[in-house]
Structures are given as C-alpha cells and as structure tokens.
Design a protein around this ligand. Structure first.
Ligand SMILES: NC(=O)c1ccc[n+]([C@@H]2O[C@H](COP(=O)([O-])OP(=O)(O)OC[C@H]3O[C@@H](n4cnc5c(N)ncnc54)[C@H](OP(=O)(O)O)[C@@H]3O)[C@@H](O)[C@H]2O)c1
Length: 340
C-alpha cells in the first residue's frame, strides 16, 4: 500500500481527500493533520463520514510525516509552500492543492497573490497537475501543484477550441461558484445572510486564477493567450459553472467543433462532452467529472463546463494526479470515472 497523510484534513478539500484516500484501493491513510483543529477527532467534525475514517487530528509537524510515500497539502496559500519546503526530501511525493506552486515565476505569484513567495526555491520544480492536458508530466512527479478549481473548468472548456482553425487568442470566461470554494474559515462576506438570495461578481480583473489559466492555455496551445475572467459567488454550497466565449472571424462548423472536443477527451475518464444537453452543477456534484458542452452561436463559440469544485476542482483532481504519479489507473478510487 502507498502510505499517505492529509495536512489540512479539517478543511473542505482536506475532508474530501480523507474520504477518497480512506477508500482508495492502493492508499493507506496514516495521518490527518491540521492547526486549530489539532486534538479533535476528525469524525466529530464530519460525522456523516465517520464510516469512512476515524482518527485524531494531529498538529502538523514535518518530522512526524517522515518516510510517508505521499503527503497531500490542503492548506491556505502561503502556509502550503512553507509546509512543502519542510517536507521536501522527507516524504516521497508532495501533492499540493494550493496556488503556491502553480506559477513558476515568483514575481507573477507575488503580484496576483499579493504576498512574498514563502518558498521560491520550489518554484519550477513542481509539476502542474491537470491530468487531461498535461497528464504525461505527472508520471513519477515528486511535487505536484494541482490546478485550481476555476482554472480546471476554464482550461478544460477552452483548450480544444484554441486548436480550431482561425481560433482567436482571447478567451472570455465567466464563472459561478458556490461558497465552499472559499473554504471553511469564517468570513463575514460568506455568511448565510450575505450570500443567500444574492449573486455577485468579485475580484473582477484581479482574481489570482487568471494568470494560471493563461499559463496553462498558452502552454497547451503553443502560443499567446489572453484571458478575461469574471468570477461570481452564488448561493449554492458546492459546484462551479463556467462559460467561456471565443469570437471567430468566420463561424466555426458545429460538427467539426464537437468532433474536436470528443477527440480531445476520448481517453479522459472524467470528461463528459455533451451534445444533447447543457452541463449543470447538479449533474457533476459528488463526482470527479467535468461536463463540457461546446455550442456555436453565430461567429462565437460558447463552451459551458461544470465541475464539483471540491472534487474535480480540488481533492479528486489531487487523487487523479496521485494515481498518475504512482503509475496507477487514472480513475482509481474516484467517483464518476468511465467504468466506475
Ligand atoms: N475549496 C475549494 O473549492 C478549493 C479548490 C481548489 C483548491 N483549493 C485550495 O486548497 C487549499 C485548501 O482549501 P480549503 O477550501 O479546503 O480550505 P479550508 O476549508 O479553509 O481548510 C484549510 C485547512 O488548512 C488547515 N491549516 C491552516 N493553516 C495551517 C497550518 N499552519 N498548519 C496545518 N494546517 C493548517 C486548517 O486546519 P484547522 O482547521 O485545523 O485550522 C484547515 O484544515 C487552499 O489553498 C485552496 O486555495 C480549494
């Protein structure tokens, strides 16, 4: 068995990881760690999942994880890279869910995250974890920087389109997210009364996921890509619905577009390309699936994508990357994969 631990196990993404790893056929979950929750029983925080895992949450100490095969970090950005730096060389693999190690240029990180980088020595060493687009990089990867939630939906929606004849270099992305996207920590703007019955954009023009989307799409397309990103908070608990628009000079052929998307994801166990209906968050909730529907509207290509932010956008993606890193079947232990 592959010996694992989850740091940040009391948080939303960490709790999903605990459930996935506790039931994964090849993983053994040896420790769950946190900060303020240290000393509490994990099943008391998540009683609905007590059948999956029971154990005391430990205070994070790198030394106590020494020798494990893989440690998952589900920590706030800033904390995560510091933990990764402490763990490096002590554990076999580090799989980070935060944004700390996704952008290889520390200046880009510092500009968009608004803080000094806590461990610049790790930048450029981490492999970007978006298996459908860059899965080959994950084989044997020792440090994985899992793609963010919005960047997963937007990049999977946009990547095939950028290879169409006459495709523009500008992607306009608008996305709706539920409150779990901001984690479990207390925040007045996320309280029930502030969120319920409302829908609002936030961080327009300054969201930290924007350069990550451009980076991934540029790398995939092999040319410059500009991303305009407009995120919105809506009153649901979990799920992301992203709509991207690319404007062509000449209208693309709908059949060719659909064919391109189907071919692009023919071997991707978690991408469902739709032709007869549109994606919705309910259709993917509780799964690691990304639903995608490309629709030609005059000279524009509109692509709608839906994911569960805590699974395909976070913990599921991390386990998918873990599977690839260890040479296991990509869909092992994950809900919603082809044949699962
Ligand atoms: N939520 C999403 O949809 C999503 C999607 C993709 C990526 N991510 C990324 O995943 C990471 C976790 O997000 P989340 O939403 O799950 O956050 P969260 O619910 O706020 O949980 C954060 C976790 O980090 C722990 N923690 C904080 N500081 C720590 C420290 N110094 N040492 C040990 N543990 C510490 C907390 O432990 P205590 O509770 O014990 O203090 C808690 O378990 C973030 O970087 C986030 O950007 C989140």
């Amino acid at each position: 068995m592959i010996e694992t631990a989850v740091v940040g196990a009391s948080g939303y993404s960490g709790a999903e990881l605990v459930g996935l790893l506790a039931t994964h056929p090849r993983a053994a979950l040896r420790m769950v760690a946190g900060a303020a929750s240290a000393g509490r029983r994990w099943e008391d925080l998540y009683p609905a999942r007590a059948h999956l895992f029971r154990g005391e949450i430990q205070a994070f100490e790198a030394a106590s994880l020494e020798g494990l095969d893989a440690v998952f970090l589900a920590l706030p950005h800033g904390e995560s890279a510091s933990a990764a730096a402490e763990l490096e060389g002590r554990v076999g693999r580090i799989i980070d869910l935060s944004g700390d190690l996704r952008l290889p240029d520390r200046h880009v990180y510092e500009r968009w995250y608004g803080r000094d980088h806590p461990a610049p020595q790790l930048l450029g060493r981490a492999v970007y974890g978006l298996p459908e687009l860059f899965g080959g990089d994950l084989e044997g990867a020792e440090i994985v920087a899992c793609a963010g939630c919005y960047p997963t939906a937007v990049q999977l929606a946009a990547a095939p389109a950028l290879g169409l004849p006459g495709a523009p270099s500008h992607v306009v992305a608008s996305a709706l997210s539920g409150t779990s996207g901001a984690g479990r920590k207390a925040d007045l703007s996320l309280s029930f009364s502030e969120v319920f019955g409302n829908a609002r954009p936030y961080r327009v023009g300054s969201h930290q996921h924007t350069p990550e989307m451009a980076m991934g799409l540029e790398r995939h397309a092999g040319r410059g890509v500009q991303v305009t990103f407009v995120p919105h908070l809506i009153p649901i608990e979990r799920g992301i619905l992203a709509t991207i628009v690319l404007t062509f000079d000449a209208a693309p052929d709908p059949a060719a577009v659909l064919d391109r998307y189907r071919r692009a994801y023919a071997d991707a166990p978690f991408v469902r390309v739709l032709a007869d209906r549109l994606p919705s968050v309910r259709a993917v909730a509780g799964t690691n699936v990304c639903e995608i529907a490309p629709v030609v509207d005059g000279g524009s290509l509109v692509v709608v994508a839906a994911i569960d932010n805590l699974l395909k956008g976070a913990a599921g993606q991390a386990v998918q990357a873990f599977n690839r890193s260890f040479g296991l079947p990509e869909a092992m232990g994950l809900p919603g994969g082809e044949g699962a």
